[in-house]
Design a protein around this ligand. Structure first.
Ligand SMILES: Nc1ncnc2c1ncn2[C@@H]1O[C@H](COP(=O)(O)OP(=O)(O)OP(=O)(O)O)[C@@H](O)[C@H]1O
Ligand SMILES: [Mg+2]
Length: 167
């Protein structure tokens, strides 16, 4: 797949349900480019394990209070990269307008260009891929996110929007 329009952007979001293939897609199409990746799931795990003396992360440890810190750290890294004139790829689910608003607003404030590739993979495929993973999530998390999903549009402030129905 050729993604030249996205290569020219300062910020690329790769969104989609858990197990839709975002990290796979990002590594396949963007890892050879000079673009820094941010991933909330990995930050969540790292911060939790750091704060708990190396004890391994599990999904049931998720807690909204810790999530506030994850958000602060994520935003610091995002803004640091942009202020350092580095291109960024955000590999988070980004399934709702609300969850995308911070990136679009920050892009506008810092005069950066932003686009989104959204992997609109069928729910059943995400559930199947999730079952095949070592660190699979409970299916309720994925079906709840599916119920809240709002496909991205340029009206939100994106310069480019690409929705892939069948990744
Ligand atoms: N196009 C593809 N073809 C075959 N397998 C794929 C493809 N995309 C993803 N997979 C596999 O599906 C699983 C989920 O993919 P991946 O980890 O990239 O999802 P994700 O959207 O990043 O999920 P999460 O939000 O939980 O991080 C992985 O095991 C991955 O190797
Ligand atoms: Mg991932």
């Amino acid at each position: 797949m050729d993604l030249p329009l996205f290569d020219a952007l300062d910020i690329v979001l790769v969104g989609g349900l858990p197990a839709s293939g975002k990290s796979h897609f990002s590594a396949t199409y963007f890892s050879t480019k000079d673009r820094r990746r941010i991933n909330r799931k990995e930050l969540r795990r790292l911060l939790w394990e750091m704060g708990h003396f190396g004890k391994a992360w599990r999904e049931e440890y998720f807690n909204e209070h810790d999530e506030v810190l994850v958000g602060h750290v994520e935003r610091k890294i995002f803004e640091h990269y942009l202020q350092s004139r580095l291109a960024v790829l955000v590999d988070n689910t980004s399934v709702t307008v609300d969850s995308r608003e911070y990136y679009v607003t920050t892009a506008r404030q810092l005069r950066k260009t932003i686009g989104i590739v959204f992997l609109n993979s069928p729910l059943q495929r995400c559930l199947e891929r999730n079952r095949g993973r070592e660190d699979s999530l409970s299916e309720g998390i994925i079906t709840n996110l599916y119920a809240s999903l709002e496909l991205p549009t340029k009206a939100e402030g994106f310069k480019e929007v690409l929705i892939l129905a069948d990744y």
